[in-house]
Design a protein around this ligand. Sequence first.
Ligand code: GLY
Length: 583
Amino acid sequence: MRIALPPTLTLAFLLPATALAQEAADAVAPEAGTGLAVETSAPVTSETWMVAAANPLASEAGAAVLRRGGSAADAMVAVQAVLGLVEPQSSGLGGGAFLVYYDAETGEVTTLDGRETAPIAATPKLFLDDAGEPMGFFDAVVGGLSVGTPGTPMLMEEAHRRWGTLNWRSLFTDAIGHAEEGFPVSLRLSMLVTEDQERLSSSEATAAYFLPNGQPLQKGETLRNPAYGATLRAIAAEGADAFYEGEIAEGVVATVRGAAQPGVLSMDDMEAYTVKERAAVCAPYRGAEVCGMGPPSSGALTVGQILGLLEGFDLAAMGPDSPEAWRLIGDASRLAFADRGRYMADSDFVPVPTAGLVDPAYLAERAELLAGDMALTEVEPGNPPFDHAALHWADDQSLELPSTSHISIVDAAGNALSMTTTIENGFGSRLFAPGGFLLNNELTDFSFRTHDEGVPIANRVEPGKRPRSSMSPTIVMQDGEPVLVVGSPGGSRIIGYVAKTIIAHMDWGMDVQQAVALPHLVNRFGTYDLEAGTSAEALAEPLTELGFEVNVRDLTSGLHVIAVGETLEGGADPRREGMAIGE
Ligand code: GLY
């Protein structure tokens, strides 16, 4: 068995930029690039199966299922059940997820939408104050108002119903054991609790779990969650109905309605929840098809647009250290985000020009905007082809902060799974249900404003609607077979992290671990974010000279990637605590 702990943050993360560039240039194989690339461990390799997830206990639970001959869907159930315990701030039963699945038997790519949903009693004015002005972001996040009907439990069940091979009940054994016997609190969980103490103290049940005796959980201390164990036992015995009906659901609804800032979620919302199969969105890139989650996620469309806009440029020849390559990537991303802000929302509620947004002819024409030498001074949405009357939407105004988690799995039969899973903000709404899990704040992914100067915003709140997401679970297909399974947390920067990883692997020939560790440069709305403490900082000056405003900051992705070829290669993001396991 090969196990890769996340490679330590080596030279690139510790040394000043000038030393960095030299050290990294010395360290990296010539074909993988020079200055920007970092020294990192080799990817995990395997002949049979691979799982990569955000916590070693979660990856181990998935590996145990795959070792027993389980499918990627079986392993996902085990991984998600453990993540909800050991990484409760990022995902869990109280949240939602999007799943992309390649079925080796049929050759089909299917996407499942387990997104949280606005309650029937939610109105477009949910996040407007009495004066009609948007609430402050965290005023809206903390409490019941932001909680959508959770989708993750039903998504787990639906994936197992379609593609599971092992007994459902058996998939929860590891998670129940960790919940009842205890698990060691990770450094990341302990640090995040410490940073978020004030908000976690806003609810008695939340404080009791995360701040026992008034003190933040400490790294390495053993934490038990018998309530979560009991919830898993009920779901293992009765299926997801145990979550959406009866005592567990009543606990969720009572927590939302009894919060200091109450929400409007009801038992009717819980009972009405459904997972939706959506058509996969696939965009061509370098002879492959980059497939992912369509609306209500903006992920596949925006990643697909970025890559489509870059298709006509020889990024491979430019290499990862070229300011020109990053000018093109940065401005392609800005153009894609302009379309995202205008057009992308839940397509069950607003018409979305899904095919038009990734139409190669549309993107080739729009890519002419990139023909100059300098950063674009103005970026406006384009006019993608659409068979409806012209769309008249105002640009979206919503703020997404990074949390979330990503799971990549390939099983021994060749099935591949890419699932991004979330409760939105770190610790979600800060409400802890009696069933031992946090509730999401996903509704704050809607635009708080309903209109801009009288023009409606596509991603406004509506009852029963699903908030627009940036989650980008992706499977890259070549000649009908998966070649890359990839995704990340990171709010709307997810899109940049995923696009960069695909470019690093496909254009710059990096292995998955190098591609994941490559420092981030992300541009969504004009400002170019460069990853602090890495060799990306060395690009600040050339990018400024090209006309970009730059900002050096932490960019905490959580990429988990599997390359599929003669062997499987797995990569885990050194910025978090994840692990790839294969054997
Ligand atoms: N809440 C993160 C996302 O859905 O993009």
